[in-house]
Design a protein around this ligand. Structure first.
Ligand code: IPM
Ligand code: MG
Length: 362
């Protein structure tokens, strides 16, 4: 069957890792007889260079025609890149926020998984992580501080800036439903994270999440304050199944969670709306310092492609094949530099892509 896939190579290591994901997708298409039609979309710095703005209407329109979009990464080095001499609303990140909003991608799923082959890279003490951990952060992605009114102004000659954190109950309800639905397919626990001891938006969050939980009697709900959650992720990560939280808290906690796994180069993510459409991307950033050096780990992007096949294209068999190929390559001891340890075999970005694609062809 034919599928339309949008590709956003983006900036930094983005183009390299997307190339490897496409290699793997092509191997899958070959073996299973699928027909993937790729369209290249511009976003972030690449779009600024081509069109002067980080997101064009054409990109939004083209994205809407796709069954799903796979993204590498966007953004550059804020100290040296000319993109960061532009005003904030014209920088690469603004393009990413713009496409999330334009496509209504309100649910951001970020898994934090400790791979057993890579447990040596986990910075936590072994006794805390024995048996591994596997939780999912469900981050609200189109509301809160990221999209509230903001301004910088002077008050009595003093420079002042303001950002606002707004949520309405509908926005909270729809992301809460996604979290409970996800927990139902996992281990039946939702930890809703907020700052209800201080923020009105968090108190509303808590009460709407409570309402939604009534429809999911089989799923256990607990509330946790965000500062405590930041601590619990390093103290006892095994306690979590699905962490449900607002946009800014989710941004911070998901970086923490991915670091704790010791394998940020391995973690995929999905941003979904109310249809089967999704935007899939690795959890890591654009790593401009190693761009173009064939050093980046393409696995997070390859696993994002697998997530895309599973969730947006309904191709579970193909997705399983990718996941299996990645597992075999890790078992056989192949590593990119970020996850390298003694006794294993070091591969570059391209060689890792070849290796994984090769396991699918067999
Ligand atoms: C992320 C990133 C983005 C965010 C940046 C690049 C705007 O940190 O996807 O987590 O804050 O959402
Ligand atoms: Mg982030």
């Amino acid at each position: 069957m034919g599928y339309n896939i949008g590709l956003i190579p983006g900036d930094g290591i983005g183009p390299e890792i997307i190339n490897e994901a496409v290699k793997v997708l092509d191997a899958v298409a070959d073996k299973y007889g699928d027909d993937f039609n790729y369209s290249r979309l511009f976003l972030g710095g690449a779009s600024i260079d081509a069109y002067g703005v980080p997101l064009t209407e054409e990109t939004v329109a083209k994205a809407k025609e796709q069954d799903a979009v796979l993204m590498g990464s966007i953004g550059g080095d804020a100290k040296t890149s000319p993109w960061y001499r532009l005003e904030p609303s014209k920088r690469p990140e603004a393009g990413l926020l713009g496409i999330r909003k334009a496509l209504n991608l309100f649910a951001n799923l970020r898994p934090a998984v400790l791979y057993k082959e890579l447990s040596g890279a986990c910075p936590l003490k072994e006794e805390l992580t024995e048996g591994g951990f596997d939780f999912m952060i469900m981050r609200e992605l189109t509301g809160g501080l990221y999209f509230g009114e903001r301004k910088t102004y002077e008050e009595n000659g003093i420079r002042t800036a303001m950002d606002t954190l707004v949520y309405n109950e509908d926005e909270i309800r729809r992301i809460a439903i996604k979290a409970f639905e996800t927990a139902k397919r996992r281990n039946n626990k939702v930890t809703s994270v907020d700052k209800a001891n201080v923020l009105d938006s968090s108190r509303l969050w808590r009460s709407v999440v409570e309402e939604v939980s009534k429809d999911y009697p089989g799923v256990m709900l607990e509330h946790m304050l965000v500062d405590n959650c930041a601590m619990q992720i390093v103290r006892n990560p095994k306690q979590f199944d699905v962490i449900l939280t607002e946009n800014m808290f989710g941004d911070i906690l998901s970086d923490e969670a991915s670091m704790v796994t010791g394998s940020i180069g391995m973690l995929a993510s999905a941003s979904l709306n109310d249809t089967s459409f999704g935007l899939y991307e690795p959890s890591h950033g654009s790593a401009p310092d190693i761009a173009g050096q064939n050093k980046a780990n393409p696995i997070a992007t390859i696993l994002s492609a697998s997530m895309m096949l599973r969730f947006s294209l309904d191709l579970a068999m193909e997705a399983d094949a990718i996941d299996r190929a990645v597992a075999i390559v890790l078992e056989e001891g192949y590593r990119t530099v970020d996850i390298m340890s003694e006794g294993n075999t070091l591969l570059g970005t391209k060689e890792m892509g070849d290796m994984i694609a090769g396991k699918i062809k067999r």
